[in-house]
Design a protein around this ligand. Structure first.
Ligand code: HEM
Length: 143
């Protein structure tokens, strides 16, 4: 769309993130992770997401980590598949594009896309902390 502005502030990030969560939480495929598996409190969760993105896009130092671990725990309760990640990314990119255009909007989409493979890697059984059912030939990392 023409005449769209770029992402410039925490408020702009909040616009994208809120729109994404409105759709993601109602999505038949990924919605249950938010509404049932983690049963998030949206009002508490959203500011954490703003912190995360503000830190990535504007280096504010507002997010203090732990997001990989939360998804590892999530994946232990209900498996996060390639299809789930693809759906997450598709909804996320749609909401960025619906609201903003420019280098920062592009960077937001690029960062989301590039984080996914490292999340998937950490979810491989051999990478899980203290996994049950150790498998021969696989390293069991405790961290
Ligand atoms: C299939 C894909 C995904 C699903 C279903 C999903 C779901 C969730 C859920 C349910 C939580 C809340 C966990 C809790 O508080 O216990 C969460 C937290 C979070 N997610 Fe995701 N997520 C996905 C992918 C991603 C990706 C690709 C990113 C980053 C680009 C991301 C970033 C975050 C962050 C920053 C948090 C907050 C962690 C914290 O509380 O510190 N997620 N996610």
């Amino acid at each position: 769309m023409q005449n769209q502005k770029d992402i410039e502030s925490r408020e702009d990030i909040a616009t994208v993130v809120r729109a994404f969560y409105e759709r993601a939480m109602q999505d038949p495929d990924i919605g249950p992770f938010f509404t049932e598996v983690a049963a998030i409190n949206l009002e508490e969760h959203l500011p954490v997401m703003y912190d995360f993105w503000e830190n990535l896009l504007f280096q504010t130092g507002t997010y203090h980590g732990g997001m990989m671990y939360k998804h590892i725990l999530l994946n232990q309760q209900k498996q996060l598949t390639r299809e789930h990640f693809a759906r997450w990314l598709s909804l996320f990119e749609q909401e960025v594009d619906r609201h903003y255009a420019g280098p920062v909007a592009l960077e937001m989409k690029k960062r989301a896309r590039s984080i996914i493979p490292s999340m998937q890697l950490k979810m491989r059984p051999s990478m899980l902390p203290l996994t049950e059912g150790r498998q021969p030939g696989r390293r069991n990392i405790q961290s």
